[in-house]
Design a binder for this molecule. Sequence first.
Ligand SMILES: *[C@@H]1O[C@H](CO)[C@@H](O)[C@H](O)[C@H]1NC(C)=O
Ligand SMILES: *[C@@H]1O[C@H](CO)[C@@H](O)[C@H](O)[C@H]1NC(C)=O
Ligand SMILES: *[C@@H]1O[C@H](CO)[C@@H](O)[C@H](O)[C@H]1NC(C)=O
Ligand SMILES: *[C@@H]1O[C@H](CO)[C@@H](O)[C@H](O)[C@H]1NC(C)=O
Length: 205
Amino acid sequence: MKYLVVFIAVVVALATGSPVPSDSQQCAACSPHARSLLSNLSQLMDKEGRAKHPHLFAGFNCTEQTTEMIPFTQTAVVCQPIAPANTSCVNQRNSTFSATECVRNIRDDLWYYNHILKSYIDGVQNAVQDLNLVLMATKTLMSCLQESCPRLSAERTLPEWDVWNGSPFDDRLSLCKALKGFHIRAITMNRALGYITSGDHRKLN
Ligand SMILES: *[C@@H]1O[C@H](CO)[C@@H](O)[C@H](O)[C@H]1NC(C)=O
Ligand SMILES: *[C@@H]1O[C@H](CO)[C@@H](O)[C@H](O)[C@H]1NC(C)=O
Ligand SMILES: *[C@@H]1O[C@H](CO)[C@@H](O)[C@H](O)[C@H]1NC(C)=O
Ligand SMILES: *[C@@H]1O[C@H](CO)[C@@H](O)[C@H](O)[C@H]1NC(C)=O
């Protein structure tokens, strides 16, 4: 299989050499890119989008597949806004919110999805254009976060997330499941960046 990619644990080196802004609200600059990513993903994963690319999801119903999330990031937990003290929110976690921790997990997610999409696209003859757009939007948001957000420059070794099985059918199935996860994650990313941008987390800390 051409795109059977073995993900070696890779050190994400993010030393950018640019001055590190001290305010997490700098991440606000990236919100439009997060929206682009989400709308590109929606375009691909919504009903019409899937109908537009019948061969990408041929042979199975993507809607009915399980959603595969990256097992190595904690974005859903660490990016959860703090609920005001006594709402009856079941998911209420502890009372600290770290914008840095949240953005770092988002950055790691994007890093994984960038690799997944790239390895898939590199392995097929002609990938659908909408998939290329999602990849581009992923890269754009990732570089924006690296450049604009404070304290992200720590190097970090990420475990491999190997989603490809070998057969083209299985790989399309894996792609469907991973994209469903990415779609959900992109919604979380947009919410989280909105929350960080609003500065509300600081009022509560
Ligand atoms: C896929 O499954 C969903 C939910 O079960 C259903 O609503 C939809 O009609 C199915 N699509 C196709 C093309 O069979
Ligand atoms: C929530 O807080 C408000 C005001 O601080 C108080 O009046 C109310 O009783 C509290 N509710 C619960 C469920 O603790
Ligand atoms: C609160 O968050 C910190 C840091 O994320 C974590 O180490 C701790 O276990 C959490 N406590 C609870 C009760 O969830
Ligand atoms: C999709 O992503 C591209 C590249 O990042 C962006 O230029 C474009 O505006 C996005 N499309 C939509 C519908 O947001």
